[in-house]
Design a protein around this ligand. Structure first.
Ligand SMILES: [Zn+2]
Length: 286
């Protein structure tokens, strides 16, 4: 059994995230009439892996593709799927601007200097594509602005634009019958255009949106699927940091003091310490 793949609900098979080159989760949602693919993958190689697994399982291949946001690791596999691509109009705008570009080391460096991508992303692109890079950035075909419901025949999916710090075009996808919510990277910090940061207001708004679906399972694109209870437990300390940052702003010492007391920890784990720094950067910028 190949542990890279998993059926997580009656209608959904996923390919798990892979951290070496930052590949996100891909999902195929099969209704009676059509299969919807969530995110195109980081590259044709990534896309081909998932397509082959769907064949092995006898799963209907995608008829439609939706993008959660424009970032390369979610969208650069478009050219490997010969299906209509649905995306937010901001996603289409950015991808339109990137199509036709070259992706040599020099051209990657230009994008890093312009803060369109990060140095970390440029390194991941080099690793994913190797030295002789041929990258074709595909353009979405069907655009929406607020939300869209896609009927797959006995399964329906709601695609909703939520925006936020990570990317202004971030969308989430809710598979209603299976009660599975794909969050894309919407709950992540900003990654491009300056130091990583979280704004407490945006983070709390997105968290409330995530909870509002009443999902049984929640899937962040670079994480593992979590039950509703696991998700709440995982996000509780982050929600606490956001609330402390709302009250104490960029007063790091006070935020750390309160957080240690709340969590009853003498020492905070590294990911939460990093999180505090992101919220402090957001509070300083606000
Ligand atoms: Zn992203």
């Amino acid at each position: 059994m190949d542990h890279r793949f998993e059926q997580i609900s009656p209608h959904i098979v996923i390919m798990h995230a892979e951290h070496e080159t930052d590949r996100p989760v891909l999902a195929a949602i099969a209704g009676g009439g059509r299969t919807l693919l969530m995110d195109a993958g980081a590259s044709p190689a990534h896309a081909d892996c998932f397509r082959e697994e769907l064949d092995r399982r006898g799963f209907r291949q995608p008829d439609l593709l939706v993008l959660t946001h424009w970032h390369w690791d979610h969208s650069f596999g478009i050219s490997a799927w010969n299906v209509p691509v649905i995306a937010h109009e901001k996603t289409a705008g950015v991808l339109g601007g990137l199509s036709g570009r070259g992706w040599s080391d020099e051209e990657l460096e230009e994008l890093v200097q312009a803060e369109i991508i990060s140095r970390e992303s440029a390194q991941h692109i080099r690793l994913e594509y190797g030295e002789a890079r041929q990258i074709t950035v595909g353009k979405p075909d069907i655009l929406f602005t607020h939300s869209l419901v896609i009927d797959l025949g006995d399964v329906s999916c709601e695609l909703r634009h939520v925006g936020g710090d990570h990317a202004a075009d971030s969308c989430v996808l809710y598979v209603r019958e299976d009660k599975v919510l794909f969050l894309g990277d919407a709950l992540g910090p900003s990654v491009y255009g300056g130091p990583r940061m979280y704004s407490s207001i945006e983070f709390l708004r997105l968290l409330e949106t995530a909870y509002s679906f009443g999902a049984d399972w929640l899937v962040e694109s670079h994480g593992v699927p979590m039950s509703g209870a696991e998700f709440r437990a995982d996000l509780a300390p982050w929600e606490r940091i956001a609330r402390l940052a709302e009250v104490f702003g960029a007063d790091r010492e006070r935020v750390l003091l309160e957080l240690r007391a709340d969590l009853q920890l003498d020492e905070l784990p590294a990911d939460l310490l990093q999180g505090v720094e992101y919220f402090m950067a957001g509070a300083r910028g606000a």
